[in-house]
Design a protein around this ligand. Structure first.
Ligand code: FAD
Length: 409
């Protein structure tokens, strides 16, 4: 129990990891290093209430300010790790300082993809959305009447579009694929959110890519679309996905093609004393290398790593869940729909509520998207956690209360 543990990356996973180590009784030296200036914080509100101006920065922080010191956790903010010296078992800070470790965890998260400078991506007025600093930089642009182009119809682009529309901006969202949310959801869910945004005045343009952004005096002012159309605009939010922060791992020789490769306990496949969790980690899930980008995964995988570091042999085998807020709609997702054979749309009991059930070829459920339908979400979560499934007929029969039918939670 006197090992020295260092955790690189003070975000959702890093904060959960050190808290869990403490909870499990770890008493050795514990250091959490983060390159942002503030203590670990939650990111989901960045594209929701925080961007809307309805939430103070301090409420984003995951723990009270004295939480870390009270537990002898050496939290170092504003501190960049430059490299890992695996032979010496040392973490080398950008300042040159070296920290010895017995066990090391990488919870370095991910970075938003940016547009290439060759198509105008380096002009002023173009923003990505990952950090408090990103929101601080773009907030003053959110003024009624201004023209926003959102590039990318994933959750972050859609949430930013919703916030802007709610504040009276003129919003166009372009999506290169033939439908928004194509990477993560089935067509009925895309249809639901397209209709919701359209009803709120957002122009959703699918099958539409960006050719280039044009500027004046270094600032973006127009977009040329793949359709040949030219769009005048005031600023741009880019939501085209993220790249896991694997540079440190790769530079120190850890396998990290599309994320740091770990086993089902979060241990690097290349070094038994190095672990990874959260957005930066790829782990075996249902037989496939998988990288999840969610709070559930960051917290649960980090907690599994904490347990594994202290000798547990439990495996991380989650039922993933996720949520998104757009206008008055709360979307809750449980399970992972990839490889589904078909979907069933089940209307909810309230207006605008609906759930989309993803079924495998065997007829078992794989995932559910519940829009303003927490009962459908709860029911599906119970089935998935119990590794059981309702039948397709039961799902389709709206006279059945699925939550009553589901295994007890
Ligand atoms: P992060 O929280 O990104 O933390 C990684 C930290 O490591 C960062 O602070 C980074 O700067 C730091 N770091 C990286 N390299 C170094 C280095 N060399 N030295 C020191 N520090 C370093 N998930 C949901 O489930 N529901 C949602 O509604 C939702 N909404 C989201 C909205 C937004 C705008 C964003 C950006 C994400 C959202 N997510 C949501 C995803 C969720 O927030 C992430 O999956 C989660 O934060 C991942 O946690 P993490 O600890 O792996 O990474």
């Amino acid at each position: 129990m006197t090992d020295r543990i260092v955790v690189i990356g003070a975000g959702q996973a890093g904060a959960s990891l050190v808290a869990k180590l403490h909870e499990l009784g770890f008493e050795g030296p514990l250091t959490l290093i983060g390159n942002e200036p503030m203590p670990p914080y939650q990111r989901p509100p960045l594209s929701k209430k925080f961007l809307l101006g309805e939430m103070e920065e301090a409420r984003l922080y995951l723990r009270r300010s004295d939480f870390y010191a009270e537990r002898n956790i050496d939290l170092r903010t504003d501190t960049v790790v430059g490299s890992i010296d695996r032979a010496a078992r040392e973490v080398v800070l950008a300042s040159g300082e070296r920290l010895v470790y017995d066990k090391l965890a990488l919870t370095t998260g991910a970075a938003p993809k940016r547009l290439p400078a060759a198509i105008g991506g380096d002009l002023g007025g173009i923003y990505t959305l990952r950090s408090i600093a990103d929101v601080d930089a773009m907030r003053r642009e959110f003024q009624p009447g201004r023209r926003l182009l959102v590039i990318g119809g994933g959750y972050i682009g859609l949430e930013a579009a919703a916030v802007a529309a709610m504040q009276g901006l003129e919003v166009t969202l372009i999506e290169m694929a033939d439908r928004i949310l194509q990477r993560v959801a089935a067509p009925p869910t895309s249809d639901y959110f397209r209709a919701l945004h359209t009803a709120n005045g957002v122009a959703i343009r699918e099958n539409t890519g960006l050719k280039r952004l044009d500027g004046e005096n270094g600032r973006v002012m127009a977009a040329e679309l793949s359709t040949g159309e030219r769009l005048a605009l005031d600023f741009v939010v880019v939501g085209i996905g993220i790249t896991p922060n694997t540079q440190l791992a790769a530079d120190s020789g850890l396998a990290s093609a599309n994320g740091i490769e770990v086993d089902a306990q979060g241990r690097s496949v290349s070094d038994p004393d190095i672990y990874a969790a959260g957005d930066c980690a790829v782990f075996p899930f249902h037989g496939e290398p998988t990288r999840l980008e969610s709070v559930q995964n960051a917290v649960d995988q980090a907690e599994a790593v904490a347990a594994a570091m202290l000798g547990s042999d439990a495996l991380y085998d989650p039922v993933p869940w996720f949520w998104s807020d757009q206008y008055k709609c709360k979307l809750q997702i449980v399970g992972l729909g990839r490889g589904y054979a078909r979907t069933i749309i089940r209307p909810g009991t309230k207006e605008g509520s609906q759930s989309v059930w993803y079924l495998a070829g065997s007829g078992r459920i794989k995932a559910v998207d519940a829009m303003n339908d927490p009962r459908a979400y709860m029911a599906a979560k119970r089935w998935l956690e119990a590794r059981q499934s309702p039948t397709a007929d039961q799902i389709a029969d709206t006279s059945i209360d699925l939550l009553k039918l589901a295994p007890a939670g």
